[in-house]
Write a protein that binds this ligand. Structure first.
Ligand code: NDP
Length: 264
């Protein structure tokens, strides 16, 4: 039996085991997918040794380890090189191979909307994927973060500034790429967010919870459509599933549809 897992901290909220195990059962594969909580202070060396010493065949990586994971592998494929952040690792003949399926996940969620400008709140591993996807789509982005350390990466993806310097203006989409929703906190002051929402067309919270996130609740109060992270979870998850089980890419739409069913 093959073993797959999602690694993160926190990890309790993750729906990845539910969507992966449902498709494993549907396709009658000999595999299981579990969730594992890792200590917050791990480095790339620890993650690499942990994966190589374990019986795990592949993992998804979530908050806050996507950049640490990038440096734990032997090789990173495709767009993950640009992001320097990965959410999928496959073990192959004693080597760890990294992939980024978040860029595709975010891009597919947004492609049916007409978006020319974006505000990205957050500068972690997932914000990188969002910035890359938006640049590919020709969208002009402003990236804000509460602290400066991680902002450098974003300078080639738009205007990268501290949250305290944010300017209230019109953005077609406002993306919450912070983990604040997982602690039921807004990533910016409520009054500032409200003013931004009132000027925008669409709001996107990468996080998802059992109930509506506080970010999406505020958008609803402002009568603005909010997408939460479920659809992105499904698309990035389906692409990871293809890599994990070495399936043909032609199966992507079927897997997406099974994963959607798993959440009903
Ligand atoms: P990281 O830990 O890499 O980054 C977290 C970011 O959030 C940092 O910019 C951090 O700022 C900021 N942040 C954390 N708490 C607050 C707060 N209270 N107020 C303002 N900013 C805050 O996490 P990831 O990038 O991996 O994940 C971010 C979110 O995206 C998570 O909620 C995750 O679940 C979600 N996600 C969802 C996916 C999906 O498929 N739906 C895929 C990927 C991610 P600082 O740098 O100052 O610490």
């Amino acid at each position: 039996m093959k073993i797959f897992a999602v690694l993160g901290n926190p990890i309790g909220h993750s729906l990845s085991p539910q969507i992966h195990n449902y498709v494993i059962k549907k396709l009658q594969l000999d595999a299981i997918y579990i969730k594992l909580l890792l200590p917050l202070d791990i480095n790339s060396g620890f993650l690499r040794k942990f994966l190589l010493d374990s019986d795990i065949d592949g993992v998804n990586i979530t908050i806050p380890f996507k950049e640490v994971a990038f440096n734990a592998t032997n090789q990173n494929i495709g767009i993950s090189q640009q992001a320097q952040a990965i959410n999928t690792i496959l073990k192959n003949d004693g080597n760890l191979i990294g992939y980024n399926t978040d860029v595709l996940g975010f891009q597919k969620c947004l492609e049916k909307y007409s978006v020319k400008s974006a505000l990205i709140i957050g500068a972690g591993g997932s914000a990188r994927s969002v910035a890359i996807a938006l640049k590919t789509m020709g969208v002009k982005s402003t990236i804000v973060n509460r602290s400066s350390k991680k902002l450098d990466f974003f300078k080639s993806y738009g205007k990268a500034i501290l949250s305290k310097d944010i300017e209230i203006r019109q953005y077609d989409v406002i993306v919450n790429a912070t983990s604040a929703s997982l602690s039921n906190i807004l990533p910016l002051e409520k009054a500032i967010l409200k003013n931004l929402f009132l000027e925008s067309k669409l709001v996107f919270d990468l996080a998802y919870l059992k109930d509506e996130t506080i970010f999406c609740s505020l958008a609803r109060e402002c009568n603005i459509q909010c997408l939460d992270g479920r659809d992105m979870l499904i698309i990035q998850g389906a692409m990871s599933f293809i890599y994990f089980h070495k399936l043909d890419i032609a199966m992507l739409d079927n897997i997406v549809s099974y994963m959607r069913d798993s959440l009903i």
